[in-house]
Write a protein that binds this ligand. Structure first.
Ligand code: SF4
Length: 336
């Protein structure tokens, strides 16, 4: 379901724009849809009031909790059931953050990612994206939303931008606390600067070598990493938010001296920071996680060379984390 459909449905019942806004606000804050009525002139039209109980049920079914897997770091992975029985993952992050999914499966096919293994199954609708925030808010506050779960947001751009606009307006989430994460796509750099809500940007770089990038991200657009950084830098300067460059550190693959030189060449002096995430080993995939000491040494050297580098563990790792693993596990147990 799309947010536009909810708006149209309410408008057809006689809701004025401020009524629509109020109903959506109540929904996004996990409150009853009738919440927020203060003055007599704010009373919703009768037809709208009559329709709200059914709408409430419909919205609640958009993202239903299938299971919750708390981690020791304050994160929790949620397996979320969609109306058609498909599932996606959301992750409650420490400090009131939430990671949401934008697609069921993913067409990019990153070789180190479980989600990429099955390809794209379907798009997640804009209302289903927002519903993941509502589900999370029914459990705890959400002040930051990162679009880093299952899927590549640029492959579902209209829906993701519609969700971003809603979350950044009636959803009361600060624009720089909405983080659009992408492997890089020219459409992102064309469309994001034009949106009414401009999110912060995270770019999954993973390597500075264009050839290796084609191998690691086989169906990502064939973009030269230098061009990608140039576009991202322009967006960062225009919005005033630094870019988060993502780098999944794979032992023996993208941790070489040549890569470190490449990172310094591309990112030193840029308005951004490098999030280096040692790979979270997955059963069935042939990649290895480098030792924490080695990762720490790499981060130290890069920072010294002028590339602010943060070493991060992927949240929820101790709860079978890594995007797509819960879903893959559920599918396996279902098939067993
Ligand atoms: Fe898709 Fe992200 Fe997985 Fe790559 S890492 S296959 S972009 S979900």
């Amino acid at each position: 379901m799309q947010i536009g459909q909810i708006r149209n449905h309410l408008a057809e019942l006689g809701a004025k724009p401020e009524h629509v806004r109020r109903v959506l606000r109540a929904w996004l804050h996990a409150q009853p849809l009738t919440a927020g009525r203060k003055r007599a002139e704010d009373v919703l039209p009768l037809a709208v009031r009559r329709a709200l109980p059914a709408l409430e049920l419909e919205l609640a079914a958009l993202a239903a909790l299938r299971s919750e897997h708390p981690g020791e770091d304050g994160s929790a992975r949620l397996l979320v059931g969609l109306v058609d029985g498909q599932t996606v993952e959301s992750v409650l992050l420490p400090r009131d953050g939430l990671c949401v999914s934008t697609q069921v499966g993913c067409a990019v096919g990153c070789v180190f990612c479980m989600t990429g293994q099955d390809g794209l199954l379907r798009q997640v609708g804009s209302a289903e994206i927002a519903a993941q925030v509502v589900l999370a808010r029914s459990r705890r506050p959400v002040k930051k939303v990162v679009f880093m779960g299952m899927g590549e947001p640029s492959h579902n751009l209209d829906n993701v931008m519609e969700a971003i606009e809603l979350l950044g307006t009636v959803g009361d989430i600060g624009h720089k606390n909405l983080v659009f994460s992408t492997v890089g796509d020219a459409r992102v750099f064309e469309r994001l600067p034009q949106g009414p809500v401009k999110p912060a940007l995270a770019v999954s770089l993973h390597t500075t070598d264009a050839k290796l990038r084609e191998e690691l991200l086989p169906r990502a657009p064939r973009l030269d990493p230098a061009w990608l950084v140039e576009q991202a830098e322009a967006y960062a300067r225009a919005t005033g938010y630094p870019i988060q460059y993502q780098w999944t550190l794979l032992e023996g693959i993208n941790d070489s001296e040549a890569e470190l030189d490449g990172i310094v060449r591309l990112l030193a002096g840029k308005y951004g920071l490098l999030n280096m995430i040692p790979y979270n080993a997955n059963e069935g995939l042939p990649y290895r996680r480098p030792s924490w000491d080695k990762a720490r040494e790499i981060a130290r050297r890069l920072t010294q060379a002028g590339v602010l580098t943060k070493l991060r563990d992927s949240a929820g790792q101790d709860v079978d984390g890594g995007c797509g693993q819960l879903r893959a596990r559920e599918k396996a147990s279902f098939q067993a």
